[in-house]
Ligand binder design. Structure first.
Ligand code: MN
Ligand code: MN
Length: 294
């Protein structure tokens, strides 16, 4: 695997993630039926949605990922304090959206300095899993660091075995894709998750795409494995509605890592907030450089 190929896939993952966020946000919390009635097939980054976004604007998914990634870049490695501090700064920046579990965890850290919460049954949302891509990129060659950093950053807000298992699995699949492993490896990784927690089984697809981590992972894996190009994977995923910005973002991460940045439609890249595109390009290059040193 050449550095150029690695970079194309890493950039595909991160820009693909942001495209999925911006594309899906328009139809977040809608049902597939309502999406169909209003848009036919929703396939363009047009903003709007319940957050009333500008076309190309991204939401908490991409913002939290950038906050996490910047902490890694600034410290040229891991500082959980720096990650938590960046989450606090983000919370105080008046973001367009923030999940309840994320808000609760970040406020706990801000008020008490506690870096993780006790396990809770209602921590099984997708908020920790959704923002973990920068850890994947920085630890491309270090599976030991990957598990450790992923769980630490997750537990700032989400402390739940299903969230942990999904975060590790999707991160490992993203790693395999970027490192050029084949479909057998990705399928095996997904299979191990289902062996461990049967509720993640995604075939036949149960059809729910909510922010519950089980629904989220089933949706992403179903559409990732049943499509054969970047655009159709994202379009199919977000038209499932519900937590469409987050399922779109995570599907975009996997599809972008699989097909490379070259397959992201030009019309989506052009529409995306160009400041965010610049941040993602710089951060990806820096995280990949760090991965080569670790
Ligand atoms: Mn969001
Ligand atoms: Mn969401």
């Amino acid at each position: 695997m050449s550095t150029k190929q690695i970079l194309s896939r890493a950039l595909g993952a991160y820009l693909g993630f942001a495209c999925g966020d911006a594309l899906g946000a328009t139809v977040e919390f809608m049902s597939p039926k309502l999406i169909q009635k209003r848009y036919g097939v929703h396939r363009d980054i047009i903003g709007g949605g319940w957050l009333n976004l500008e076309a190309g604007q991204i939401t908490d998914d991409t913002q939290m990922s950038l906050a996490l990634g910047q902490a890694i870049v600034d410290h040229q490695g891991w500082s959980i304090q720096a990650v938590a501090d960046n989450f606090v700064a983000w919370l105080e920046s008046n973001p367009p959206d923030i999940g309840n579990t994320c808000r609760r965890g970040i406020m706990r850290y801000r008020d008490n300095g506690e870096l993780f919460g006790l396990p809770r049954d209602d921590d099984a949302g997708n908020g920790a899993c959704m923002r973990n891509l920068p850890v994947v990129l920085a630890t491309l060659n270090r599976p030991d660091y990957f598990s450790d950093w992923s769980l630490q950053q997750s537990h700032i807000t989400h402390n739940h075995p299903l969230s942990d298992a999904a975060t590790l699995t999707l991160g490992r699949i993203a790693n395999q894709l970027i490192n050029g492993l084949d479909m057998d490896a990705w399928k095996q990784e997904a299979g191990q998750l289902i062996d461990q927690y049967g509720e993640f089984a995604y075939s036949p697809y149960p059809g729910k795409a909510s922010g519950y981590i089980v629904d989220t992972v089933q949706t992403i894996l179903h559409y990732f494995f049943s499509t054969d190009n970047f655009e159709s994977c994202l379009v199919a995923t977000v038209n499932q509605g519900a937590d469409a910005d987050t399922t779109g973002a995570l599907a975009g991460m996997l599809a972008g890592a699989r097909y490379g940045v070259e397959q992201i439609p030009e019309r989506w890249l052009k529409q995306l907030d160009q400041q965010v595109v610049g941040q993602i390009r710089r951060q990806t290059a820096e995280l990949i450089r760090l991965a080569e040193l670790l």
